[in-house]
Write a protein that binds this ligand. Structure first.
Ligand SMILES: [Zn+2]
Length: 163
């Protein structure tokens, strides 16, 4: 998602609104894959006399991962607020700052950083998920098409016992 800051650079101190959605790549968080829906983002931006662009606003999305207890599909609503300054002609390789050049500010790195920052430490399919230890391993899946996640592993173990 990109902001055209041409007008803002001509009118330092004046706020401009923006809103849009941005796709975020899947994230690998401590070995678990987290998928994020397109992120809804809105806020305002403003140039200062030196051409740096202050951007503040909020984002919202839904993150999907596996339940930490039972490995079922779990999701979590993600919200975060940001307030950053993009330095004109700053070093784009510097992870400590946000930078831009020309007349376009890319929000990709900012939105991804703030979405990932707001991810829960662990996902749960529901608050009182009992986890594996209370689950009857011989129970049939309640819905057709849902596989027992360790079925493959169990088969492997069974085969080994026969050897
Ligand atoms: Zn669970």
């Amino acid at each position: 998602m990109k902001l055209d800051v041409s007008d803002a650079l001509s009118h330092p101190g004046q706020e401009y609104r923006f809103s849009g959605t941005q796709a975020i790549a899947d994230q690998e968080i401590s070995g678990d894959r987290v998928r994020l829906d397109d992120c809804e983002t809105e806020g305002v931006f403003m140039a200062d006399e030196d051409g740096n662009i202050a951007v503040r606003g909020k984002l919202r999305t839904v993150a999907h991962a596996r339940c930490a207890n039972c490995l079922a599909e779990a999701q979590s609503e993600i919200e975060n607020e940001f307030d950053e300054v993009f330095q004109r002609n700053g070093d784009p390789e510097d992870d400590e700052i946000f930078a831009y050049e020309g007349h376009e500010v890319s929000l990709d790195k900012l939105v991804m950083s703030y979405a990932v920052m707001a991810l829960p430490i662990r996902f749960l399919c529901r608050e009182d998920c009992p986890g594996f230890e209370y689950r009857d391993p011989d129970a049939e899946p309640s819905e057709p098409g849902i596989q027992f996640p360790f079925a493959g592993l169990r088969q492997l173990l069974d085969n080994n016992e026969e050897v």
